[in-house]
Design a protein around this ligand. Structure first.
Ligand code: SAM
Length: 223
């Protein structure tokens, strides 16, 4: 289920995300607010030998937020965009062995991890269920999600101004998932779920590229 790069919108961001993700993986840009918050949420649950999965983690720059806080565990990056994973593998070669960088879709998440992170990515699935189910099945103790959550499901399949010239015909999902439904879904896999206020937006919708992003956190702890 790894999409052909020709139709993977993320592989059509050579002018926008590629340079940004490279610099982030090299640790040359300031930390993202939400990555700082994810690492701080995790700090309350962390154990030194934890296997960690950064699902749909781009080029793996969340690693630096964990490292800065001494939360190393055994970090693994998974992403469906091979170029991003390669970028991370190269940039973090002095920090992590190459096998920690996995090209895969969330829907086929391999292995088991004590803690799974999925930051800023569930909104781009056509439906959250299959991807989230595989992450919940892979998560031994903890799952930390940041995505667009609201009062009702809203499918938004729209143009994306960040795509490279020539790729504008490819639309992208910017979906909003009903928070009560996703919470019940997570609970059905044995997780006790709580919300955390988003520090960057104070749970107020953020506008980016002309679209509203109601960022929220869901934290699932295996009960
Ligand atoms: C907005 S970026 C978020 C990257 C990073 N997690 C962050 O917080 O900055 C979304 C990422 O999800 C990846 N992605 C999208 N759909 C995916 C899927 N079904 N399985 C795995 N990765 C996916 C894309 O390749 C991209 O790197």
């Amino acid at each position: 289920m790894i999409p052909d790069p020709a139709v993977n919108i993320w592989a059509q961001t050579k002018n926008s995300l590629y340079p940004l993700y490279k610099e982030r993986a090299e640790g040359r840009l300031p930390e993202m607010d939400c990555h700082a918050q994810a690492a701080e949420i995790y700090a309350d649950y962390s154990l030194p030998e934890d296997r960690l999965l950064d699902a749909a983690g781009g080029s793996g720059y969340f690693f630096w937020s964990l490292k800065q806080r001494g939360l190393l565990g055994h970090y693994h990056l998974l992403d469906q965009t091979a170029d991003f994973v390669d970028m991370g593998r190269r940039a973090l070669a002095a920090e992590l062995p190459p096998e920690r960088f996995i090209v895969s879709s969330m829907q086929e998440t391999p292995g088991r991890y004590e803690a799974v992170f999925c930051l800023n990515a569930l909104f781009c699935l056509p439906d959250y269920r299959q991807g989230l189910e595989r992450l919940l099945m892979a998560a031994g103790r903890l799952i930390i999600l940041r995505s667009t959550f609201g009062e009702r499901n809203e499918i938004r399949y729209e143009t994306d101004p960040y795509l490279d010239p020539g790729a504008e015909r490819l639309k992208s999902y910017f979906n909003i998932w009903r928070v009560a439904e996703v919470t019940a879904f997570m609970e059905s896999y044995g997780f006790a779920v709580h919300t955390v206020v988003d520090r960057r937006t104070n749970d107020q919708p953020e506008i980016s590229a002309g679209k509203l992003f109601p960022w929220r956190w869901l934290v699932g702890v295996k009960s």
